[in-house]
Design a binder for this molecule. Structure first.
Ligand SMILES: Nc1ncnc2c1ncn2[C@@H]1O[C@H](COP(=O)(O)OP(=O)(O)OP(=O)(O)O)[C@@H](O)[C@H]1O
Length: 314
């Protein structure tokens, strides 16, 4: 399959200034669920290095294994084979060094915005004084623009506000790596667009290593330094890596007229369309749909009279 390569190899990207050593490494990682005939091979031979301070976006289709991918990095599940390293050490479970923001903001319903964030801060920064922790919580409430709603409970918030709370809660724990698993896909287009820019603004300030899973190519280009495609499953592998050669800070409205943005959007979209078509034709070729065979019986001749009487009256 051919993939359009963008011209201008001379441009220097932010990546050129990042530390060369990866903070997260996936080596020959495979993961499936179930056993026997119900076994579902989801990811196969995933190899990836994420550099410290970079923003990487993984784009893929629904059901390709994106959540499985983030759960592996978060340490919520373990690979069947291969290894995942955080700063050179194997990941054996979840840890405060990796913060995960889900698609479905899992806030505790009996706590306010402030209470939800404070709970995480208190559990991670146990040695800090009470005042220091309180200031830290307020800083992150303000960062996501929720000072006016800090006293509200989740059921009193809009979807966008809940996701902001969820983001603030994770950011406030100061993880070395932020894992965003389709954090905006449950939101309407307008809220999504506003939050994309907010995430970007916050990231410009914090510059944490960030991995965002998304099914939106424009979103990926807006936020990321590099974009990698997750090919359709089963046995999803990673596709080519696209470098986003666009200056920062980025603004959505001006990007729409940027030739480099349009070229990259075409390249990524064309790749995804081509890889999906290939996957569908491969699937059709090895279709396991049941084949019907005629039973080995001699049909009754309808032209000759015969003695078999079906449903004869008693
Ligand atoms: N715990 C599990 N047990 C069995 N199968 C699972 C489990 N989790 C996921 N799967 C299957 O693995 C495949 C990939 O699921 P996953 O949620 O990782 O994909 P996804 O790309 O995040 O999907 P979506 O975009 O729809 O959220 C699917 O076929 C799903 O049914």
């Amino acid at each position: 399959m051919s993939v359009a390569v963008l011209p201008n190899p001379t441009i220097e990207t932010r990546l050129d200034h990042l530390p060369p050593n990866p903070i997260l490494t996936m080596r020959n990682v495979s993961k499936g669920y179930g056993s026997g005939v119900t076994r579902n091979e989801v990811l196969q031979n995933i190899n990836l290095n994420i550099r410290e301070g970079e923003f990487l976006a993984v784009v893929g289709f629904s059901g390709s294994g994106k959540t499985t991918f983030t759960q592996l990095l978060a340490g919520l599940i373990q690979p069947d084979s291969g290894e995942i390293l955080m700063e050179g050490e194997p990941i054996t479970g979840p840890g405060p060094d990796r913060g995960l923001v889900f698609q479905n903001y899992s806030l505790l319903p009996w706590l306010t915005v402030r209470g939800n964030i404070a709970l995480s801060v208190d559990s991670v920064f146990r040695t800090w004084g009470k005042g220091e922790r309180r200031d830290h919580v307020e800083k992150f409430i303000e960062m996501v623009g929720l000072s006016h709603a800090a006293h509200r409970h989740p059921h009193e918030l809009s979807g966008g506000m809940r996701q902001r709370t969820s983001l603030a809660r994770t950011l406030a724990m100061k993880p070395k790596v932020l894992l965003l698993d389709e954090p905006l896909s449950a939101l309407d287009a307008l809220t999504r667009s506003g939050l994309q820019e907010e995430i970007l603004k916050i990231w410009e300030e914090e510059r944490q290593t960030c991995l965002m899973i998304t099914n939106d190519v424009d979103e990926a280009i807006l936020v990321a330094d590099r974009i990698v495609a997750l090919n359709p499953g089963p046995c999803a592998s990673l596709g080519p890596m696209f470098t986003v050669e666009l200056d920062r800070p980025r603004e959505k409205s001006s990007l729409n007229h940027n030739e480099r943005f349009k070229g990259l959007r075409n390249a990524v979209t064309n790749y995804l369309v081509a890889v999906r078509q290939k996957s569908r034709s491969d699937e059709a070729a090895v279709s396991t749909a049941p084949k019907f065979e005629l039973p080995d019986i001699e049909p009754i001749s309808l032209t000759k009279p015969h003695r078999l009487i079906v449903n004869s009256p008693a």
